[in-house]
Design a protein around this ligand. Structure first.
Ligand code: NAD
Length: 331
């Protein structure tokens, strides 16, 4: 299917983590496509504000629940559901370091519960996995057949290993029970509705620049990231969701930039007088990160359209809107 049409192959969808940054954009896009959406979220790292504008939309429902506990399946109400987007998981390092055991739980028990729902309803399940399954990669750019370089007991392991285990579960469920399940490995997506202080580079730099504070660049800032604007990522996710692909698929930007370049561009685009300040680099922080997107291009014709400076401008505009700016200053 093409998600740029006005139809989608599902009548009802469940989005776990739907009150988060990516989840809220997915809920909105699905509603725009005429799909009824149940958002399941425990607000571990999500925000009411992300979905407040969806409250009045026909076909939208919020279920407040921890998806690692199986009871949420009983709170869903009438099915069957045709699509399960399993996006619940703290995603910023600040959040998963604050919630280490919960992060492991949502990748294991949470994924198991989401798979049980998909299997019960004969639905398509898509797992939000991550570039972090490649760890601090020794192969560059990262293709889906690279197995990664992950420290299983380092501070980031709660997230990396949670996602690696979740990928194993999805693969095993598809093989053992015939569940229609796929995996997207997302790389550094950014845009409106990220939390001001969630610790990820783009919102952190934007908010520091708007406040006139120094931009805290980790290390010497020469480590690279490949940024992808949220609208592009959402489009890619829905294309993979609408397929029956079982193989993990990378989705991410192809412009590799250094963290220092991101900070400098944010200063330029905000017109801020802020300067850079260099802070200690986190343990096991990946040195280079760029997806090989050949597979998603060949299978689905997907490629990102929003150049990163344009996406940064849109993100700045979001953080400058009066309600967000107020919350930014008080949080
Ligand atoms: P986010 O923190 O904004 O959203 C995660 C959401 O999941 C939040 O609303 C949170 O409250 C919810 N959640 C967490 N644990 C839960 C639980 N046990 N039960 C119910 N809800 C729970 O993060 P995001 O950036 O929107 O990421 C969404 C998903 O995409 C995550 O699975 C993340 O690992 C994955 N991902 C994101 C990126 C990115 O660049 N944004 C990159 C790779 C992977």
């Amino acid at each position: 299917m093409s998600t740029s049409t006005s139809t989608a192959p599902w009548r009802r969808a469940v989005v776990t983590g739907g009150a988060g940054f990516l989840g809220s954009h997915l809920c909105e896009r699905l509603l725009d496509l005429g799909v009824e959406v149940v958002c399941v979220d425990n607000f571990a790292s999500g925000a009411e504000a992300n979905i407040a504008h969806l409250d009045d939309r026909a076909g939208f429902r919020l279920v407040r629940h921890d998806v690692s506990a199986p009871e949420w399946l009983n709170a869903l109400g009438d099915g069957p559901y045709g699509l399960v987007l399993h996006f619940a998981c703290p995603a910023s390092p600040a959040d998963y370091l604050r919630l280490p055991l919960e992060t492991l739980d949502v990748g294991s028990a949470g994924t198991r519960n989401a798979l049980a729902l998909a299997h019960r309803d004969g639905a398509r399940l898509l797992l939000a996995s991550t570039s972090e399954v490649y760890g601090d990669p020794l192969v560059h750019p990262q293709r889906e057949d690279y197995w990664g370089n992950v420290n299983p007991v380092g501070p980031r392991s709660v997230y990396d290993e949670s996602k690696r285990f979740a990928e194993a579960l999805v693969t095993a469920h598809a093989g053992a029970k015939g569940t229609d399940a796929g995996i997207v490995r997302l790389f550094n997506t950014y845009g409106p509705r990220m939390r001001a202080h969630d610790g990820r580079a783009v919102p952190t730099f934007v908010c520091q620049a708007l406040a006139g504070e120094p931009l805290t660049v980790a290390g010497d800032g020469s480590q690279t990231r490949s940024l992808c604007y949220v609208d592009d990522t959402v489009e890619g996710i829905l294309l993979v969701a609408a397929s029956r692909s079982v193989r993990p698929v990378n989705i991410g930007g192809t412009d590799e930039v250094t963290v220092r370049e991101i900070a400098e561009r944010v200063i330029e685009l905000t017109g801020s007088r802020s300067r850079l300040t260099f802070v200690e680099r986190p343990v096991d922080d990946p040195a280079r990160r760029r997806p090989d997107t050949t597979l998603v291009r060949e299978l689905f014709g997907w490629e990102p359209h929003v150049p990163w400076p344009e996406g940064i401008k849109r993100t700045i505009a979001h953080f400058e809107t009066p309600t967000v700016a107020g919350a930014r200053r008080t949080s």
